[in-house]
Each structure stands twice: as structure tokens, then as C-alpha cells.
Write a new protein. Structure first.
Length: 295
């Protein structure tokens, strides 16, 4: 039996996790044919069939499932080697990969990262925007800003707090259309939001919302709100930073979004990682702690 290279095992884990060649290819930044060849090479080297085709993708065989824990251990060891090799643990140089949701990563973190970069210009920063929870154990990222508490072991997490979400409107919209004084009056206004959220606000409002403008991306919704397209929901911390956004029915809190800062426990002694962790913890605490704007 030939001894398969690590990159073949990495392909194997990618398909197990994603459930399909196309999903694993996206996750691993490979083409689907390349990934397919790697899986075929691993099967030849082991003399095993690892996956069977199903209507919903690829299904690992029982023998493949037996191999997953050992392959995960290999992945963790490879990630530890990369962390050790990526820079001197005591030096403020090297690279840091940070992952966050599309909204927080696109609208909130750049201001905080600019301050960190100004203080530590020799540390390279890479920001991955994804609403999917990336796996810190296999080094998808070094640090993560998440909206839920981590469940994996070997992770260090700090709960920063919760970001209240309220309705807001641009001053130009308020001048043009006025603002509702009651929840019932919302129905007479142009509303901005995601269809998937319509039923989620029912417990607070007592009814679903009908949106005049919808978008499947939270940054798109924020852009529409800032353009004066209508009344939309926004985290208080971000709305406070835009003097043109004014609260609508400010006593009404639609949701509270948790914010967690997470890193692998092996990185606590890496100076640059710890420095960014502490910097973001301070900055995000400030993001949550200011007063609502007056209008």
C-alpha cells in the first residue's frame, strides 16, 4: 500500500465535511476536477472505496468514517506546525487571518483593524467574511468574531456582549416621509429587510413584515438604509457611527446579537495574535457601549 500524501487526506476531510466535491472544492480553494483526482488517488493508494454517490452528494463509506478521527488528528497537527512556522511567537510580525460575519467584518471591523495596523505595521492582516462558522481547529483562521458561543474544545473565547438591533431610517427618508409613531404605522412605510427575517420579528411586532426592498446580504441592506430607501433594522453600534441614521421607535429592540471573540488555545502565547485579540476586545466593547443618537 502506498503512503498517501497529506494533501490527499486534506481533500478527504474536505469532502467529508462538505458532503460534495463542489462544496469541498470551494472550501479548499481548488477546482472540482483537481479534488476529484485527489480523492481517486487516495482511494487507489489505500485500496478502498471512500465515498458513494447519493442524491444529495457524496456519502462516506463505513471504512471512510473509521478514518475520520485519525485524519482530523493529522489536520490538527498540520495546523499546529503552520502556526509555529508562521512567525516568531514573541515577535510583532507575521500574518493573522481573522474571520467574521459579513456584516461585522464588512461594516465594523475595518475601523478597528486600521488602528491595529497603525500600531503594528509589520503584522499582515487577512480578513475572511463568511456567515458560516469557520473551523479554528483546522486553521481556517487564527481569530474569529462570532455571534454564537463556540462549542469546540481547545478554543479560548471571550463574550464581548450583545448588540441591540433597532429600526433606523436615513434623515432624508424621515424628511420625505416622516417617521411612524407606532408599530401599526410601520405598514404605511417602505421597509428594508431580508425575507428570512420577516417571521423572526413576529414575536416582537405581533405580525410579519412586508419589505419594499429585500437583499440576501446584510451589507446590501445597510447600503439601502444609508441611501434612504426606507426604514430598516441595524445594530445600534453601527448606527451610532452614522450621523445620517436616526432611530425609529427606539423603545423597540428587535433582537440582541451576541458577539464572541475566539482563538485557538495554542495561540495565546503568540504575541501578535494576543495583541489583536486584546485590541478587538477593547474596540468591540466600545462598539457596544455608546449612547443612542438623538433625533
Amino acid at each position: 500500500m502506498d503512503e498517501p500524501d497529506w494533501h490527499l487526506w486534506r481533500a478527504f476531510l474536505g469532502v467529508v465535511r462538505a458532503g460534495s466535491l463542489s462544496g469541498a472544492a470551494r472550501d479548499l480553494h481548488l477546482t472540482q476536477p483537481t479534488l476529484g483526482r485527489q480523492i481517486a488517488a487516495l482511494e487507489r493508494g489505500l485500496g478502498l472505496t471512500l465515498f458513494t454517490r447519493a442524491t444529495d452528494g457524496l456519502r462516506p463509506t463505513d471504512r471512510a468514517l473509521d478514518l475520520v478521527p485519525q485524519a482530523e488528528a493529522m489536520a490538527a497537527a498540520a495546523a499546529a506546525l503552520l502556526r509555529r512556522a508562521s512567525g516568531d511567537a514573541d515577535a510583532m510580525r507575521g500574518r493573522i487571518r481573522l474571520t467574521a460575519s459579513t456584516f461585522l467584518g464588512g461594516a465594523v471591523l475595518p475601523d478597528l483593524l486600521a488602528g491595529f495596523h497603525a500600531a503594528h505595521p509589520d503584522v499582515g492582516l487577512e480578513l475572511s467574511l463568511s456567515d458560516r462558522t469557520e473551523d479554528l481547529l483546522r486553521r481556517d483562521a487564527d481569530l474569529a468574531v462570532r455571534n454564537v458561543a463556540p462549542t469546540q474544545g481547545a478554543l479560548v473565547a471571550r463574550r464581548i456582549g450583545a448588540a441591540p438591533v433597532r429600526f433606523y431610517a436615513h434623515r432624508a427618508y424621515a424628511a420625505r416621509r416622516g417617521l411612524p409613531a407606532t408599530v401599526a404605522e410601520l405598514g404605511r412605510h417602505s421597509l428594508i429587510g431580508r425575507a428570512v427575517h420577516a417571521a423572526q420579528v413576529r414575536p416582537t411586532l405581533g405580525h410579519d413584515l412586508t419589505f419594499a426592498f429585500s437583499c440576501d446580504d446584510d451589507l446590501g441592506l445597510l447600503a439601502a438604509l444609508r441611501a434612504g430607501l426606507g426604514i430598516g433594522y441595524c445594530q445600534d453600534g453601527l448606527a451610532r457611527r452614522d450621523p445620517d441614521l436616526v432611530p425609529v421607535l427606539p423603545e423597540l429592540v428587535l433582537a440582541e446579537i451576541g458577539i464572541w471573540l475566539v482563538m485557538h488555545e495554542d495561540l495565546r502565547s503568540t504575541r501578535r495574535i494576543r495583541a489583536l485579540f486584546d485590541h478587538l476586545a477593547e474596540g468591540l466593547t466600545g462598539y457596544l457601549g455608546e449612547e443612542l443618537p438623538a433625533y
